[in-house]
Design a binder for this molecule. Structure first.
Ligand code: NOJ
Ligand code: CA
Length: 510
């Protein structure tokens, strides 16, 4: 099936905003939509031209908003639907695009659909969720809620025990209560979610990051045939009604997700994913120790490219609200090396708020809203050296999550003023990426050297650029011709040899 590719993705660089922790404008200790609006110029100055906002919908916040109670209503703590519309409008005025977070797999137990579905009498919502057909049964390892109402069945869970799974049917139906993907219940659920998408797209949003996209259809085969089938239906709806809207999946295997309706997939690395971890393992590739392993990553990446050629973008995030901050394993100049990689690879890069200044993963915090160990990656943005680092004027004890209190913690103001800061390097990298077509989303990549230094070549019909990244403590020499168009560190190119200093990244136009 051919798929439309929204043109704006060709040169998109995303910024992920965890709204709770970004910018508080009414001193209640929690970030808000007005806070996002006030920082759009900041995001634009950094060079990002698109944002993804984590769920900002009405919710009891058992999972930071991934437990939606009303898909069509902004959570009052962030503002109103009108405020969200203003986010879209203000972003568009600045040529920026906005993705919301769609949580199609489950709702909160407090969602009215679930409350209706719990009733023993048959109604419109009886089949909106996945229910077994009686309470006293072996649920074969499936997590369920049971005996929560008079309905004689167990409700299948998706994630936490407050998140019952919406019913999109089963790829392999093995029990009488498991419905097929095209049955009326699952079809009605799909239409209900499309209705939610339509609601926000009409208001001006530009698409969605889609939560747990690979797990909507249950009992799938190993190729996720059922979920691909499902998302192609949703993709068709978008193609027909909102041809410029984009969807990025939380799936983790672009070989599969890009066969469905998705335009982008996150390449999540490490444990439980398909990719070697370059950032969050004991020996990250970009550490100056120079003991990382890029080869296995490159092989896997090449396989994904072969499997998905032209179907969509493989997107590398600097981090996100679920994983450790980049700065947990990499420090100082090493972070610049990691960003040189992130911002010279194909796909649309995603920068997690605060990673552009190297915010810390804060150890030892008490869990907030189902964050558990993820809480340390969700602390308030550090804007300046004032009260609460400029995040909020609330009493520090009333903040959503307490500030990082490391004495050497970074902040935006200081880094903007320092030409040698990570912030300024990230800004230069985004600028050079946007100015050179061979560095953008769709130009191809070849890995020429996967030891140290890393040598990769980006090319398209108009241009070719060799990217050399040497995170180690030793100078390296690479045979290459052309002109240096960007360098971070010390690099000299003469007589077909590039001398790449310790901790240096250099881009050469060939
Ligand atoms: C993935 C989200 O990124 C995460 O924060 C959430 O807890 C789960 N999905 C469940 O929705
Ligand atoms: Ca607020």
């Amino acid at each position: 099936m051919s798929k439309r590719q929204p043109k704006w993705l060709d040169n998109a660089v995303f910024y992920e905003i965890y709204p709770q922790s970004f910018n508080d404008t009414n001193a209640d200790g929690i970030g808000d939509l007005q806070g996002i609006i006030e920082k759009l110029d900041y995001i634009k100055e950094l060079g990002c031209n698109a944002i993804w906002i984590n769920p900002c919908f009405d919710s009891p916040f058992n999972d930071a908003g991934y437990d939606v109670r009303d898909y069509k209503k902004v959570a009052p703590r962030y503002g109103t639907n009108e405020d969200l519309k203003r986010v879209f409008d203000e972003a568009h005025k600045r040529d920026m695009h906005v993705l919301l977070d769609l949580v199609p797999g489950h709702t909160s137990v407090e969602h009215p659909w679930f409350k209706e579905s719990m009733k023993p009498e048959k109604n419109e919502y009886t089949d909106r969720f996945v229910w077994t057909d009686h309470v006293f049964m072996d649920t074969k390892g499936m997590n369920t809620l049971r005996a929560i109402s008079d309905r004689d069945g167990c409700a299948v869970l998706n994630f936490f025990s407050s998140q019952p799974a919406l019913n999109y049917g089963f790829y392999k139906q093995e029990e009488p209560w498991q419905q097929g993907m095209d049955d009326p219940g699952p079809e009605a659920t799909r239409l209900a979610i499309q209705d939610v998408m339509r609601f926000w797209l009409k208001m001006g949003c530009d698409g969605f990051r889609v939560d747990m996209a690979a797990w909507c259809v249950k009992n799938d085969d190993e190729n996720r045939t059922g979920n691909i089938y499902f998302w192609n239906k949703v993709g068709k709806f978008l193609d027909e009604e909102f041809p410029d809207a984009a969807m990025v999946s939380e799936w983790g295997n672009p070989d599969q997700s890009l066969q469905g309706g998705f335009h982008m997939d996150f390449q999540l690395m490490g444990q439980g994913t398909n990719y070697e971890d370059l950032f969050r393992c004991d020996e990250p590739y970009f550490s100056s120790r120079g003991k990382g392993n890029f080869k296995a990553y490159a092989e896997r990446y090449n396989k994904s490219v072969a499997a998905t050629e032209g179907k969509g973008l493989i997107c590398i995030p600097s981090g996100n609200h679920d994983i450790d901050r980049l700065a947990r394993r990499l420090k100082g100049n090493e972070l610049k090396m990691a960003f040189a990689f992130l911002l010279s690879m194909p796909g649309a890069p995603f920068i997690y708020y605060g990673d552009e200044i190297g915010m810390n993963y804060v150890e030892g915090l008490i869990s907030k809203e189902g964050g558990y160990q993820r809480t340390g990656s969700r602390t308030p943005m550090q804007w300046d050296d004032g009260l609460n680092d400029g995040f909020s004027t609330a009493d520090p004890k009333d903040l959503y999550i307490k500030m990082d209190d490391a004495p050497d913690r970074p902040n935006v103001k200081a880094q903007m003023a320092d030409p040698s800061s990570l912030w300024n390097e990230v800004r230069r990298l985004i600028k050079i990426r946007k100015e050179n077509v061979a560095l953008r989303s769709k130009a191809k990549v070849e890995f020429l050297e996967t030891g140290y230094p890393l040598v990769l070549k980006r090319s398209c019909k108009e241009q070719a650029i060799t990217v050399i990244i040497n995170p180690t403590n030793e100078e390296k020499t690479v045979d290459v011709h052309g002109t240096i168009i960007y360098a971070c560190g010390s690099a000299k190119l003469e007589n077909g040899k590039c001398h790449v200093g310790a901790g240096t990244a250099v881009f050469i136009e060939n």
